[in-house]
Design a protein around this ligand. Structure first.
Ligand code: NAP
Length: 375
C-alpha cells in the first residue's frame, strides 16, 4: 500500500516540477532520508531480495527525492491560517550520505527545489541533512527560502527529558557527571551550555572527534560558567565515569560498548541513526537507554507517514519546523544552536501545545514503577 502511494506521489512530484503549486505560497517542508537499508525495505519490500550493494547503486542512480507525506492540521495560534506541509525524502541512506557528501548535497538541493515548487516558505532539515549542510548555512547561500535545523527544540526537549528522568529517579544533584558525546556539534554544544547554565551539573565529560573543536568548546564553557570542570576526550571509553550520557553525534555507527559504562548509567540518545544498539541493552540490563528528541503533537496534526516514532508523536526537529512555519518565521535555528533560540522555541512549543512525549526506552513507555528503575 505504501509502495503504491509512493508511486502516486512520485508522479504528482513530476507534475509539480513542471507546474508549481501557486495556491500554497506559505507552506513548509521537512526533508528526511532513510536511516538505513531496513527503512528502504519497509517502503519497497521487493528490494529485500536483491543484493545490498546493488540496491545502494540503484538508489544513488535511479531514484530521486519524493514527497512521502502531506501534513495536515498545522495552524497559526488563532487557528485562522492553515499551513500546509510536506515530508520529502531523499532516496539514499545515512551511510551513503556520509560516504558521498557530494551525492548527498545533489539530492538535498533537488529536494529543496521540489519543496519550493510545492509551496514551502520554510524547510526543516531532518537527521543528517543538517550536519551535511553545515546546519543549513550552505543551503542558505544557494536558495531563497527559509531553513531551520530543528535543533533548538531538540536541545530544549532533551533538557526537559533529562529533568523528567532525574525527577523519576529522584537523583538531581549538581555532583552528577554528564558525558556529552558529540559535544562540539550544533546540538551537543548547546546541551553542554544548558546543563551548566541551569545547574544540572558542574562536571561535563565532553567527547568528540576533533581535539581542536573540543579545546575551543572547553575554553568557551570555562569562561562563560564559573567553578565548572570540563574534561575533553576523543576516546569514547572516557564515558565510563559518567552517571548520564547524552548521545548527539553525526556518526552513523554504534559507538557505545557494554564494557565502558558505569553500573546503572542513564543513556539519553537523540541520534538518528542511533549510536546505541539494542544488543548493548540486552547485555547490560542495569543500563537504561532513553529514546530522546521525541515530541507529542497537538491532536489536530496528522501526517500519514511512519517517521520512526510512536503514534501521535514526532521528532523534535519536525515539530520545530511546524512551529516556525505556523509563526510565519523564515529562518530559525541555522548553524550551531543558540541558547536564545532554545528559550524562544520552548516558549512557543508551550503555546502551541507541543509537549515532551512520554519517556520511552526502545519504544516502550517507562515510568517510576518500571522494574528497570529498581536495579
Ligand atoms: N531526535 C531529533 O529530533 C533530532 C533532531 C535533530 C538532530 N538529531 C540528531 O542529532 C545528531 C547530531 O546532530 P547535529 O546537527 O548536532 O550534528 P553536528 O552539528 O554535525 O554535530 C555532530 C557532532 O558529532 C561529532 N562526531 C561525529 N562523529 C563522531 C564520532 N565518531 N565520535 C564522537 N563524536 C563524533 C562531531 O565532532 P567534530 O565536529 O568535532 O568532529 C560533532 O561534534 C544527529 O544524529 C542527528 O540526526 C535528532
Amino acid at each position: 500500500m505504501e509502495t503504491i502511494s509512493l508511486a502516486i506521489s512520485s508522479v504528482a512530484d513530476l507534475m509539480v516540477r513542471y507546474k508549481p503549486c501557486p495556491t500554497n505560497p506559505a507552506g513548509f517542508a521537512f526533508l528526511v532520508h532513510p536511516r538505513n537499508i531496513s527503512d528502504i525495505y519497509r517502503k519497497y519490500p521487493l528490494l529485500r531480495y536483491l543484493p545490498k550493494s546493488f540496491i545502494k547503486f540503484m538508489l544513488a542512480h535511479f531514484f530521486w527525492p519524493v514527497t512521502v507525506s502531506y501534513i495536515q492540521g498545522v495552524h497559526n495560534l488563532n487557528g485562522q491560517r492553515n499551513i500546509p506541509g510536506w515530508i520529502i525524502s531523499l532516496p539514499i541512506t545515512a551511510e551513503q550520505m556520509i560516504a558521498d557528501r557530494k551525492l548527498a548535497k545533489k539530492f538535498i538541493n533537488k529536494a529543496v527545489l521540489l519543496a519550493q515548487k510545492r509551496g514551502a516558505r520554510v524547510i526543516g532539515l531532518g537527521a543528517l541533512i543538517s550536519p551535511i549542510t553545515n546546519g543549513g548555512i550552505d543551503l542558505k547561500r544557494e536558495h531563497e527560502v527559509g531553513f531551520t535545523t530543528g535543533n533548538a527544540l531538540t536541545v530544549g526537549m532533551t533538557l526537559k527529558g533529562i529533568t523528567r528522568v532525574l525527577a523519576l529517579k529522584n537523583m538531581r544533584n549538581e555532583k552528577l557527571i554528564f558525558a556529552v558525546v558529540g559535544a562540539t556539534g550544533s546540538i551537543g554544544q548547546a546541551v553542554c551550555q544548558l546543563l551548566l547554565r541551569d545547574r544540572y551539573t558542574r562536571h561535563i565529560l565532553a567527547v568528540g572527534k576533533t581535539a581542536a573543536h573540543l579545546n575551543e568548546l572547553a575554553n568557551k564553557l570555562s569562561s562563560a560558567y564559573k567553578e565548572v570542570s570540563i574534561s575533553t576526550f576523543t576516546d569514547i571509553k572516557s564515558v565510563k565515569n559518567a552517571d548520564i550520557i547524552i548521545m548527539a553525534t553525526s556518526s552513523t555507527e554504534v559507538l557505545l560498548s557494554k564494557d565502558n559504562l558505569k553500573n546503572g548509567v542513564i543513556i539519553y540518545d537523540i541520534t538518528q541513526p542511533q549510536n546505541v544498539s539494542l544488543s548493548l541493552q540486552e547485555e547490560r540490563k542495569d543500563v537504561i537507554v532513553i529514546d530522546g528528541g521525541v515530541v507529542k503533537l497537538p491532536e489536530n496534526i496528522k501526517y500519514n507517514f511512519n517517521i520512526g516514532t510512536p503514534e501521535g508523536t514526532t521528532f523534535a526537529c519536525l515539530a520545530e519546523t511546524m512551529i516556525v512555519a505556523a509563526e510565519g518565521m523564515e529562518d530559525f535555528s541555522l548553524g550551531k544552536v543558540r541558547i536564545e533560540h532554545v528559550d524562544k522555541i520552548m516558549e512557543l512549543a508551550k503555546r502551541y501545545n507541543f509537549q515532551l512525549a512520554p519517556l520511552r526506552s526502545w519504544g516502550k513507555i517507562i515510568n517510576e514503577y518500571d522494574h528497570k528503575w529498581n536495579y
